[in-house]
Design a protein around this ligand. Sequence first.
Ligand SMILES: [Ca+2]
Length: 309
Amino acid sequence: MVKNKVAVIIDTDLGADCDDVGTLVLALQLEKHGFCDIKAVGYCTTNIYGVQCVDIVRSFYGGKFPIGMYYGKKVECNEDQHIFDIDLVDHYKDLIKETNYIEAYKLYRKVLAEAEDDSIIFITIGELTNAANLVSSLPDEISPLSGQELFAKKVKYSCVMGGLINDNHPITAFNNNEAFPEYNIVCAIEDAQKFVKISAKPIYFLDFYVGVDVFTGKKVIEHDEHSPMKFAYLKYANGPSRSWDLLAVYYAITKRLYRSVGPGVMHIDDNGFTTFTKDQDGHHYYLRPIKSNEEITKEIDEALVGNIL
Ligand SMILES: [Ca+2]
């Protein structure tokens, strides 16, 4: 029996990688099993095929959440790299229900305005464009509070898939342990800086290292006859794929598999490099596993087909 059902907003850049598809499926399984209510899913780049994939996933799995879209300037990086999203839209086009998506940060303002205090878990698994727009938004017809005030009042904590934290506890030997700017941060550096600076609530960072060696999706690929997730994983990775976003959502909702390190302050420099400094007055944390990659893979793969303990 689940004691604490939580309310979540999920902000995604589905399209650059297939793990966002798996993440939405995982969130929908957690919702189905009483762990959470998905209050909204927002799309954080200008890739129209990506938001249509979100629409398709919602339809296929029976989700009820409203969908928001980002209408700002084009995000750097791989917006023009379409490994699976255009094909997925073409294959499942009959499942697309909307043609005009509400602006994501406005949708988030509405969800927060209607929520209980300290109740919303805000999860980002893409660039922090909508997140920055939300916390820097001005009072409007939705709420007399600024985005900063709304966020401080209504959000319980955030979980951000992003950053790269060298803490002398390397989980993997990726890139010879040389630091590099992580994708979700470097694609929209100013927005990441803005969100991290303005948000007054705890932020849990699930960094690059944590997801790079966890490959999930095997069970879905074997189990589903056809599904958007199976389609995306076979097209993108021809099998199981790296699991950054799934792990962020799973931790944010269940608080399982990882321990938080902190408190401290996450600094993002102007080149997108991240540095974490422990500080008792900080409200940032990063995550490290308390189980092996094999155990984590098994737990996520089972959850993806509805076997959740
Ligand atoms: Ca993502």
